[in-house]
Design a binder for this molecule. Sequence first.
Ligand code: F6R
Length: 632
Amino acid sequence: MCGIVGYAGSKPAAPLLLNGLAKLEYRGYDSAGLALLEQGVRHQVSGVSKNNRAHLLIIKKAGKIHNLVSAIKSELKTDTRERITAGIGHTRWATHGQPTDENAHPHMDCGRRVAVVHNGIVENYQHLKKQLQAKGHAFRSQTDSEVLAHLIEEQLKKYPWAEAVRRALGQIQGTYSVVAVYEGEPHTLVGARSGGGALVVGWGKGETLLASDVPALLAHTRRVSYLDDNEMAVVTPEGPTFLDVLTGKPVSKKISDIEWTAEQAEKGGYPHFMLKEIMEQPRALEDTFTSRLDPRTGEVVLEGKFWDSPFIQKFRKITLLAMGTSYYAALVGKFLLEKYLRLPVDVENASEFRYRDPIIGKDTLAVVISQSGETVDTLVALREAKAKGARIATICNVMGSSATREADGVLLTRAGPEIGVASTKAFTTQLGALWLLTLFLAGVRKTMPVAELQKKAKELSRLPQQMAALLKQRKALEKIAREYSHYFNFLYIGRGIHYPIALEGALKLKEISYIHAEGYPGGEMKHGPIALIDSKMPVVAIAPKSSGVYEKMLNNMEEVKARQGKLIALVEKGDKLAASKADTVIEIPTVSEDLSPILSVVPLQILAYEISKKKGREIDQPRNLAKSVTVE
Ligand code: F6R
């Protein structure tokens, strides 16, 4: 989704903003732009030359950030670039209007004195645009966002800068995170948020920053404040002040310290973030378990008061809410929670949940699973569940994100920043966290014998090492990728707890290689998909021997071979029977069935990565995709 960066300080703003935008590239974008406030421009007042006037410069380009960098180099002299110490930047992911130079942000008012960058959707923009046009405002773009600049221009006729922005925001319906600058107050940026994705204020020394995501700030500060809905920040080099957008009254905000380092958000010698993040999984899983899981006693400790509240003993139902890869993690979670707690567990695609009238109430624990904690559908589902009386827990990777702030209890996955658009380490740590949740609840509600808890805790604590051994197969998977990268369609099949892994394997392949891939339960094959099988259809069968449905998977594999399908089988090490049926074999270590998804997904991530690499795809930023989906 779109990225926002803002800077007010004493350093040259242009390179700093470009660097910030580059850190947000992973969110997906199709154009980029800067608004820079040039100070000390000579101008004439009553025939006298004065030196103090600020001047707003806008440079924006369709395409990648390097187009913008070239434009800035050719349009701004080096000394001008170095003199500018305040500005805003944006990477746009088109919603209203094509990805052109004109539609790129920032957008300006008629007088070219105000510039805005905006994430979200102005739902009443058509109506507002007509009203503004009737007053003589000429529009330069097809975007919904441009109305904001014109609305602010109108309000500036009556109100001072920050108040004019607040009044303009009061006129729009929809979602926004927005930052605006004004020639008349060149040191003061105004940022605000209502829905529309995160907006984070970075507290520096003699400089203040704004960004839609933490990686853009890490090089400058790790002290941040997150804007909540309907809050605004008035930002100068000396620091921010916070206001309520609806009332204009001051709001006090706490400062959080970010644990992530700037290095964690770098590629660290890997060609792609995705590969780096795949390889980091043993560390990420281990960190997620550290200080929480005691393999000796089987005890799990979760941080925060919520986990000790009486509700934890009382609830009668669990609803898991998530999207995409996080939704597939939730599907695995259903198996674990039902099996070990003997409670009904629903898994809901958050975007569907929000438009139903789901049965959920005071006896429900709603667990929201999200890497970013900013996925709009997931957040709306969270609010819907809360409004119906459920208590909310979140399994989330970003502390301080909306999901963590709105939930009653947080279980943080300690994956570190996930930059590659395709989720990998977030998924395996979500599975690890779902295990922690299961063992924790089973422990406090006494639904599992202590010996069983200890056994599972021991097995879990061995997983990071087993995963590290599995990652050594990368070379073999690269070879397999070479053999299969020319196929146009893939099927992934699995049964029981392995079915979500079939879905996740297919999603990884389709999103980064653009090869059509579908995941099915093995039992579904005869109900339709088997008609697709011929010699041009590779089928990836997830068939660990420890699985209660192993024999059934062997049957599915026979059916594929009988129709000349190309069979890639994911089997336990040494399983000669399953291997004998397949054209290609990928081995995973033998672990209990309900732990095996954490391992079996890893070779599927690598396979998708290697196939996409062969095809020369933009692996970290696949077309049409954004890292976190903050608009509907
Ligand atoms: C796929 C992927 C997406 C996300 C989904 C939810 O690789 O990354 O499907 O899983 O957009 O995002 P979060 O987990 O941030 O809510």
